[in-house]
Design a protein around this ligand. Structure first.
Ligand code: SF4
Length: 375
């Protein structure tokens, strides 16, 4: 597994919180109008320079709806011109025209991600809070195919669409998407706890994704569910793959395993519309602001980011877990549910054997575990 103490794998910039949708689980609690404290175009350029200073992280432009910024294309062009692999996650509104998508392609964007939260227009539009969003999403996929621009589907799993996942998977295939990114709910922003699944249901979704991944023509990854990697490792071991073979897989290929060890603040960095530097978009604890500190200083040197990367500082059963380096649980969900971002992942059903041993209670020194255990 890579060491992410120096550089993140992924930097996400929320270019604006403005959006014309009203999604019921919106992390950003988006509003129709742009916030006056948004980073300026010039500050955006400097932010991108700082991201480039890390090396080659993947650069994600998100929102709100990035298309609400009139300077989006110059910012995207600058990002790609300095060598950043750049993706963008527009909202499916009338702003997402075929011309806008062709503009992304011309700017050098390598992939766009569109959200699909229901297998039919009724379910999707209810989630998104605006009628017609589903049809615009499908138009977006068609325009991306015409522009030969790679696509990704983002789906947030909730109680409202759990039963539709197989049909949404069919849509991902029909759209010709390269990746299905399955988000697991964190009750921040507009999301509410009653929409979330139980730990047992997380396991059922993991099983579905794992089986699907053996035959789907697209990659699958999870967001805010690092314990899917634990699930994959357990399945690989059950199928007879050795620890070292699994380790090699993680270096080489499938999307989920390429993410090994990455979680909020560890390999991941989020910059808000106003320049606040967060460990992820779902973990609203700021390490500082871009207007007063550098991105590198926030990521490398602040106590917040340093402790989030310390798997041995995790609390509860995550701290005792042999998968803590590979997984470590969602720090954002730990905060949302318990108020402590170092607490155990509240939606994981795995019981590390060390958790049963004397002296392994929350906050105590973890029992010795195989270093970087994968399986
Ligand atoms: S107990 Fe924590 S570290 Fe272990 S698999 Fe579950 S979420 Fe991951």
């Amino acid at each position: 597994m890579k060491d992410y103490s120096d550089s993140p794998f992924l930097v996400i910039w929320e270019v604006t919180q403005a959006c014309d949708l009203a999604c019921r689980h919106c992390r950003a609690t988006a509003q129709p109008s742009r916030h006056p404290a948004e980073l300026t175009t010039e500050e955006g350029f400097r932010l991108l320079d700082q991201v480039k200073g890390f090396g080659h992280p993947l650069m994600v432009f998100t929102g709100g709806d990035p298309l609400k910024r009139p300077d989006l294309l110059p910012l995207l062009r600058y990002s790609t011109s300095i060598g950043l692999r750049t993706t963008v996650t527009p909202s499916a509104t009338p702003l997402l025209t075929p011309q806008a998508i062709a503009g992304f392609k011309t700017a050098g964007v390598c992939r766009i991600a569109l959200s699909v939260d229901g297998a039919d227009a009724g379910t999707h539009d209810r989630f998104r809070g605006v009628e017609g969003s589903y049809a615009l999403t499908m138009r977006g996929f068609a325009a991306a195919r015409a522009a030969q621009l790679e696509t990704q589907v983002n789906t947030t799993v909730t109680r409202g669409n759990l039963h539709q996942l197989p049909r949404i998977a069919e849509l991902v295939e029909q759209a010709g998407a390269r990746m299905w990114s399955v988000f697991f709910l964190v009750t921040t922003g507009r999301a509410v706890e009653s929409d979330d699944l139980t730990a047992e249901e997380y396991e059922q979704v993991f099983a579905f994704l794992y089986e699907l991944g053996t035959r789907a023509p697209f990659d699958i990854k999870t967001t805010e569910a690092p314990h899917y990697r634990r699930y994959v490792s357990q399945r690989k071991r059950a199928e007879g793959l050795t620890s070292s073979a699994t380790r090699r897989m993680m270096d080489d290929s499938p999307a989920v395993l390429r993410q090994a060890g990455i979680r909020d603040g560890k390999g991941l960095l989020f910059v808000s519309h106003a320049g606040d530097i967060f460990p992820s978009g779902f973990l609203p604890v700021s390490a500082g602001n871009l207007r007063t500190m550098s991105l590198a200083d926030a990521y490398r040197n602040t106590p917040l980011f340093q402790v989030l990367r310390d798997s041995d500082a995790l609390g509860g059963k995550c701290g005792d877990c042999n998968y803590r380096h590979l997984c470590g649980g969602s720090r954002a969900r730990a905060l949302a549910v318990s108020g402590d971002y170092m607490a155990e992942e509240p939606r994981c059903s795995y019981q590390p054997s060390a958790a049963q041993q004397p002296g392994s209670a929350h906050g105590a020194s973890p029992q010795p575990q195989p270093e970087g255990a994968y399986v």
